[in-house]
Structure formats: C-alpha cells, structure tokens
Design a protein around this ligand. Structure first.
Ligand SMILES: [Zn+2]
Length: 151
C-alpha cells in the first residue's frame, strides 16, 4: 500500500504500514519542532519527497473546479492530489476539500482522526427564510432559490 501524506499527518500520531510519499510543498508547511522531528524520522525510515507531474496538477485543478473545492485547495493540497495520481497512492488527509477532490479523481482516501471519507453531502439554505434543505431547488415555503452551504 502506498500513502501520500498531507501536513496534518506529521502532527498526528498515526502509524501507517506501507510506502510513504509526500510532495516538497507539504514538507515546507512543517514549521514546528515536533512535526519536523517526525518528518526527519520518517525520511530516515524511507519516506520519499517527490514533486508531482504538471499533467496531473492540471487534472487536479480541473476536478477541483468541477466539485467547487478550488477556493479551499492550497497549492500543497493540489500537489498532494497530483502526486497521488502519479503514484497511485491513497491520500491521507482529514481536509474535506482534499477528500472531496480525491474522490472525484477516483483516488483512495484515508482519514487521520476519522476512519473513512465520505463524499460531501451538500445542504441547501434558503436565503429568504433561512430554512435548510437536502436538495437544490426553490424554497417551498417562500419561493427563494436555495443556496448551497457546507453545513
Ligand atoms: Zn424560504
């Protein structure tokens, strides 16, 4: 099993059995001593730091545009996803936007604190009366067009 690690992995105590990879931009996000120490230890035991291909970065950008997650995706997040495509790696992250784009790209996802990633269930809110709905459309109560929300 091959895992691509996001920055929060290095702050966690999660232990993964397999081949570990991460892009350089993720390692650059590790500023505190504890996560840097964990990075050093993992590098010594075989973690590979690999930049992603430009081709798969473009696929990630496109997928993030399709799911609406592009504004929430950092450059390091995009690198992580593209590298996972390059290497057929499972993405290790608790970030909902990264998980959502990974699922769109057909990648495996492993949570850090949570066990299993689910596609995000969009909820809709009426801007007129503030009622919330599961599906898009028009508010049956006041007739306003529903807006998508995260919660
Ligand atoms: Zn309404």
């Amino acid at each position: 099993m091959r895992y691509a690690l996001d920055a929060s992995f290095f702050f966690s105590g999660l232990v993964l059995d397999g081949e570990l990879v991460t892009p350089p931009s993720v390692t650059e996000e590790l500023a505190d001593l504890r996560s840097k120490g964990r990075l050093e230890a993992l590098l010594a035991s075989g973690l590979s730091v690999v930049p992603p291909s430009a081709e798969n970065l473009r696929r990630v950008t496109q997928a993030a545009g399709e799911t609406g997650d592009a504004p929430r995706l950092s450059a390091a997040d995009a690198d992580l996803l593209a590298l996972s495509l390059d290497l057929g790696a499972t993405v290790v992250t608790d970030d909902y936007a990264v998980q959502n784009v990974a699922l769109r790209l057909g990648l495996g996802v492993r949570g850090i604190l949570q066990r299993k990633a689910q596609p995000r269930r969009w909820k809709y809110r009426c801007p007129g009366c503030n009622r919330r709905y599961q599906a898009a459309g028009t508010c049956p109560d006041c007739g306003s067009a529903l807006k998508r929300t995260l919660k």
